[in-house]
Design a protein around this ligand. Structure first.
Ligand code: SAH
Length: 374
C-alpha cells in the first residue's frame, strides 16, 4: 500500500517539475511531509515508542519517547518561567509539533505539584497532521480536567493575545529549508529536476542568494559548497518573538543543529532508524535538516525587548537536575530498572548521544530570569 502512495506522490512531483521547472527543496519537503494524500506525517506512524521498545518501533525516536524525565524537567522549567512572569492567572501553554503528545503529558503530570499553574493554563497544540492530532487527543484527554482549557490549532497565528509559554521539540527541523550551491559566479539555489530515467535528482536553478545572507568565509569555500537557509523557521521564531514581546511569555526550542552558521549539506531522510536518500521514495521518509540556531537568534534579535540564549541539551538537562531526578526515579527499584534509567540519562545527555548535537534555545523578555539560562 505504501508503494502506491509513494508512486502517486512521485508522479505528482514529476508532473509539477515538468510543468514548472526545478522544484525548490522547500516545496519538495512540504509536499513530502504534508501532502494531504501521501505526505509522511499525514499517513505514517513516524515516531517510535508506543508498541514496544522505542528503538524498535516507528522511524525515529525523540527525547520525550526516550524517557519521561525529559518532559518532567521541561515541566519544571515551564513552572519556573510562569513564576518568573509573576504567575499570570491566565496564559497559553503552547506546544508546536507535539507528535504523539508524550512531552505535554509529562509536563502536565510534573505540574500537578503546582495546581495554580495548571488552572491558569490554556493548553494549545499546534499540529497540521489530523492523524497525529488524533493521537495527541487520546494521550491528553485524561489531563483535560486539570487545565483551564485544551485546544488544537493548525498554526501559531491562532495563539490568543495573552502570555504564552511555548515548547517545541524537533519541530523546526521538519520545516522546509533551501539549499544554495556555490558556482564560479554566485550561490545558486539547488532545485530538484528529473534525470533521463525520470528519477529525481539535484540541479541548479536560476535563483541566486543575496550576498548579505552568506556567513563569513563564503569566499573561501570551494565551488560546489552548500549553504542552507530556512525562511520558514525564521518566520516561526519571528512569530514567537513578536508574541512574547507584545504579551509576555517564554519559549523553548529544542532541536539538532549548530550554534554558528556554516556550510555543508545537512538534508537527511530517516526510516526505520536508518538514513536514506532524501530524493528517493518521496513521502516515505522523515525529511529534515539541521537547524541553524545562529540565524534564528539573529531573527529574534531584531524584535524589541526580546533576548535569546542557547546551550546544549546535555547542559540544559543537567542544569535542571536530570541526575537528581534519575536518582529519585530509580531509588528502591530493581537493578534492571535502574540500568534502564541510567541508559536513558546517557541517551538524553551524553555528548556522543543527544547531549551535544541537540541544542536548547530560549526566547524571553529582557530582564527576566529563567532557570538554566540566567
Ligand atoms: N515533538 C514531538 C514530535 C516531533 S515530529 C516529539 O518530540 O516526539 C514533528 C511534529 O511536527 C509532528 O507532530 C508533525 O506533525 C508536526 N508538524 C510538522 N510540520 C508542521 C507544521 N507546518 N505545522 C504544525 N505542525 C507540524
Amino acid at each position: 500500500m505504501s508503494e502506491d502512495t509513494s508512486n502517486a506522490l512521485l508522479a505528482k512531483i514529476a508532473r509539477l517539475i515538468e510543468a514548472g521547472g526545478p522544484m525548490s527543496l522547500a516545496d519538495y519537503m512540504h509536499l513530502c511531509m504534508a501532502d494531504p494524500q501521501s505526505g509522511y506525517y499525514t499517513t505514517r506512524n513516524a515516531i517510535g515508542g508506543d508498541t514496544g521498545p522505542a528503538e524498535e518501533t516507528g522511524d525515529f525516536i525523540t527525547a520525550p519517547e526516550v524517557s519521561q524525565m525529559f518532559g518532567e524537567l521541561i515541566g519544571i522549567w515551564c513552572i519556573a518561567a510562569w513564576q518568573a512572569m509573576d504567575r499570570p492567572s491566565v496564559f497559553t501553554l503552547v506546544e508546536a509539533g507535539p507528535g504523539k503528545g508524550t512531552l505535554m503529558a509529562d509536563v502536565l503530570r510534573a505540574a500537578r505539584q503546582m495546581p495554580d499553574f495548571l488552572s491558569a493554563a490554556d493548553v494549545l497544540f499546534i499540529e497540521n497532521s489530523a492523524k497525529l492530532a488524533e493521537a495527541q487527543r487520546n494521550t491528553l484527554s485524561r489531563h483535560q480536567g486539570s487545565v483551564r482549557s485544551m485546544d488544537w490549532a493548525g498554526s501559531l497565528t491562532e495563539m490568543p493575545d495573552q502570555p504564552a509559554i511555548l515548547i517545541a521539540n524537533e519541530f523546526l527541523d521538519v520545516l522546509p529549508f533551501r539549499q544554495y550551491a556555490k558556482t564560479e559566479t554566485a550561490w545558486r539555489e539547488v532545485g530538484i529536476i528529473l534525470d533521463e530515467d525520470g528519477n529525481l535528482t539535484k540541479g541548479a536553478t536560476a535563483t541566486v542568494l543575496e550576498r548579505d545572507r552568506l556567513p563569513a568565509g563564503a569566499a573561501d569555500e570551494p565551488t560546489g559548497a552548500i549553504f542552507e537557509i530556512a525562511p520558514a523557521r525564521e518566520a516561526i521564531v519571528e512569530q514567537i518573538g513578536r508574541h512574547i514581546s507584545a504579551n509576555g511569555g517564554a519559549a523553548l526550542l529544542i532541536d539538532y543543529g549548530h550554534t554558528e552558521s556554516g556550510f555543508g549539506d545537512t538534508f537527511q531522510a530517516i526510516r526505520n532508524h536508518q538514513h536514506a536518500d532524501p530524493l528517493h521514495d518521496p513521502g516515505e521518509y522523515d525529511l529534515t535538516s539541521h537547524v541553524d540556531f545562529a540565524s534564528l537568534r539573529r531573527t529574534a534579535a531584531t524584535i524589541e525587548g526580546i533576548q535569546t540564549a542557547i546551550m546544549t541539551q546535555g547542559e540544559f538537562l543537567l542544569a535542571l537536575g536530570l541526575l537528581e531526578r534519575a536518582g529519585a526515579l530509580g531509588s528502591g527499584k530493581d537493578e534492571a530498572t535502574q540500568d534502564t534509567i541510567r541508559r536513558q540519562v546517557e541517551r538524553l545527555a551524553a555528548p556522543e548521544q543527544m547531549g551535544q548535537l541537540f541544542k536548547v534555545m530560549a526566547i524571553f523578555p529582557k530582564g527576566i530570569h529563567l532557570p538554566a539560562f540566567t
